[in-house]
Design a protein around this ligand. Sequence first.
Ligand code: PMP
Length: 431
Amino acid sequence: MNNKKSAQIYQEATKYMPGGVNSPVRAFKSVGLNPLFIERAQGSKIYDVDGNEYIDYICSWGPLMLGHSPSQIVDGIEEIIKKGTSYGVPTKIEVDMAKIIVEAYPAIDQVRMVNSGTEATMSALRVARAFTKRNKILKFEGCYHGHSDALLVKSGSGTITYGVPTSPGVPDDVVKDTLVCRYNDLDAVRDIFEEYGNEIAAVIVETVSGNMGVVPGKQEFLQLLRDITKEYNSVLIFDEVITGFRLHYNSSVGYFGINPDMVCFGKIIGAGLPVGAYGGKKEIMDMVSPVGPVYQAGTLSGNPLAMYMGKKNLEILRDNPQIYTELERKATKLAEGLKSNIEKLGLDYTVNRAGSLVCLFFAKGPINNYEDVTKCDISKFNKYFKEVLKRGILLAPTQFEAMFLSNAHTDEDIEYTIKAIYEALKISHNL
Ligand code: PMP
């Protein structure tokens, strides 16, 4: 594989940008490689500046349910740009977008658009704290909720890969109200509520954690969170930045049948443009300025280009339920293929899947929490990653992320991927 141009750009990039990238996990540092610089992408394929083609399982880390640049979504965007790129005063499409989201998420009455998942979770917490007049929040080990200070505690993905459980620069005072429990641990939740229940403003959780590989929340765990927050008058926040509109058109409400009090979205609702949103019951959202006293704002919030793409994406998902059935079928095929690979090779590894999120863990299962994930053989994963890449498949360059399937992935892509992964496992394990 020729990576000459990527290497040249990387040289220059490191001079002007920290680590040469705008988000740490892009650096491929954890797998001991230099990053690939991308030229373009279409459907399930991504092409780097050296002309290498890959089947893409990063898919921008989740937003691209229909693959890269689907014409049903991107066509017409030029017309929107010509009419103006941002106004800072309201547009009708923001209302349309809010209506689609609220109709798709029966647990909420209102939604506020922001520009990223980080903003969504940060703002939701502020509102929940104001609503309950309490300070403490509960999160779970291995769940990532963006990089706002209060949430950068025992979070997943980049922070696990780079071993930064709590970032320097986050004052102790800011995280003193952030309580952390083990994911899927019902007793830990009961214990912490017994001790602090009346001080807990909110519980924030990924219903399926996509930031420590793929670790689905157990039904009884999520149900306990619902029941206990109700009992103690705390706000239950589902962080659906990854799972929103992915697990199901009605997100976790449809997938698990559990209604939170608030929800955070990102990724899919922007179809690849920078978007986030948080929502809740009207009595909670009435706290938000200009109706209520909680300040939260954004120069580019509800940006017309992002709304155009997001709205089209959600309409397609809403009007074509077979997309979810197809994705489920393809993801099952991939997961079963990976399981058969590890069985054939006698590797005691684990495959987790939830909807179109799939993860091959380099450790014996079951994998139910962050501690289980840390048992993975990272040096083997890193060797494997390189072998997979050589075969034209782009995985997230870390054990702590999902394979993201899109509806653009074909059966052929999946069959090729299963075969290539078999070879990559064999070579990287000297079998
Ligand atoms: N919540 C979850 C569950 C996420 O996975 C992410 C990002 N991967 C975020 C919040 C933060 O979103 P953003 O990167 O858009 O700020």
